[in-house]
Design a protein around this ligand. Structure first.
Ligand SMILES: [Zn+2]
Ligand SMILES: [Zn+2]
Length: 269
């Protein structure tokens, strides 16, 4: 398994990639080439080129959820690919329009067009992408501290309604050392996501997690998430994107975490 960070909020000193408050990761596993989220602008294309990654060769395009910081970049990839050879995997709600007040925060119209061209799998169920890689599907609520709160509204059957971002999902990879989980924003709760990954893979050992953990404020949810993560004894925690400095600082009082930036690669057999 090899993960390369194509887009993150952070960039590393002396490495001249572009950053933006968005997510895009490139994952190679079992001869599959997976693009997980596409960021907000076209910078993932630029960064991929500098990293010698040919996105025209991807076999899978997976979306963590429909928010524009994860999907909007897709409009710039459109012309590069023979879409009939690409499998697009996401929760069905990922295609719904989303807004906060008057601001549009959902996927670009191009995503629906691509879903028509690609071999598209829109599913709430777990979906096997490769022998050792599974899309987690809709995340079940498994604890009492990661309550879903609506983020704006989504347009369902012509009606705008509270958006609890049920489309928020993640990937899990099996490695020799344990499970490695790749998340987008973790609106569904990072602990819920990890539990679901363990459940689906029937394995308890988690070796690593990368992604936004959606921990911005210092509150009870953060406290409980940190004590839960501490119990899990995960050696490679990469909280990024939507994790505040204050949340990271609080984590560091309990366990080690690693820094994420564009160009970071993580390899595990
Ligand atoms: Zn989001
Ligand atoms: Zn996000």
């Amino acid at each position: 398994m090899k993960i390369t960070v194509l887009v993150d909020n952070n960039t590393f000193i002396d490495k001249y990639y572009y950053g933006e408050p968005a997510v895009s990761y490139y994952l190679e596993i079992d001869n599959k080439k997976i693009l997980f989220d596409a960021g907000y602008s076209d910078i993932f294309l630029n960064n991929a080129e500098k990293l010698n990654i040919d996105l025209a060769e991807i076999t899978h395009l997976v979306f963590s959820h429909g928010h524009n910081d994860h999907t909007n970049g897709i409009k710039y990839l459109d012309k590069m690919l023979s879409w009939q050879f690409v499998k697009l995997v996401a929760h069905p709600d990922c295609l719904l329009q989303k807004r906060v007040g008057k601001e549009y925060i959902g996927p670009p119209p191009e995503l629906k067009l691509l879903a028509g061209k690609a071999a598209t799998v829109l599913t709430k169920k777990p979906y096997i992408i490769a022998e050792n890689c599974v899309f987690l599907g809709e995340i079940a609520d498994r604890n009492d501290f990661e309550n879903r709160v609506p983020i704006g509204e989504q347009l369902r059957d012509g009606v705008w309604q509270d958006d609890f971002v049920l489309d928020d999902s993640a990937l899990v990879c099996r490695t020799n050392e344990g499970l490695f989980i790749i998340s987008g924003c973790s609106h569904s709760g990072i602990c819920n996501i990890i539990e679901q990954a363990k459940n689906i893979m029937n394995e308890d050992k988690v070796v690593g997690v990368i992604g936004g953990f959606h921990l911005l404020e210092q509150n009870v949810r953060l406290d409980k998430t940190i004590s839960w993560l501490k119990q899990q004894q995960i050696n490679n925690l990469y909280p990024c994107h939507c994790v505040s400095l204050a949340a990271k600082a609080q984590m560091l009082t309990q366990f080690a975490i690693k820094e994420v930036g564009v160009g970071l690669t993580i390899k595990m057999d």
